[in-house]
Write a protein that binds this ligand. Structure first.
Ligand code: ZN
Length: 138
């Protein structure tokens, strides 16, 4: 499931879900300093043959989206730079992908809660029964 990595509420949800810590080095990372890392780098997912070989060796689930949350993990700048375009070893990659997938429900719930805070749901008291007689014969 692709997501908008420039959505500030999604960025905040990811940062909070990882308890503001880089999962690679476990250091606290500031909101201005964290990055959303592609676990499988774009350099690989954009090369069909290379991606197909990797997808088979991990193996990746058939619905895996390289632009989705299942391929996104919080990272501090230095860990992301160190990794750059190189994939992790298969074993580490499997672990990181598992971690990203496990974090998805928390990120989505945090994101939904943030949106709810900004746009509270309608209050039933604002819609008295007298105004909601839809479908009733008068
Ligand atoms: Zn780090």
């Amino acid at each position: 499931m692709a997501f908008n990595r420039h959505d500030p509420h999604m960025r905040l949800a990811i940062w909070e879900s990882y308890a503001r810590k880089c999962p690679y080095c476990t250091r606290l990372v500031g909101y201005e300093d964290f990055q959303i890392d592609h676990v499988i780098p774009n350099a690989i997912s954009r090369k069909p043959a290379r991606y197909a070989a990797l997808a088979q060796s991990i193996p990746l689930q058939s619905d895996f989206d390289p632009q989705g949350l299942e391929n996104a993990i919080l990272s501090c700048r230095s860990c992301n730079l160190r990794k750059s375009g190189d994939p992790q070893e298969d074993g580490d990659l499997r672990y990181t992908l598992k971690r990203a997938r496990e974090m998805m429900p928390r990120i989505l719930a945090t994101h939904a809660a943030l949106l709810e805070k900004i746009q509270p749901p309608p209050n039933p008291a604002d819609f008295p029964a007298s105004s909601t007689k839809i479908g009733e014969k008068s």
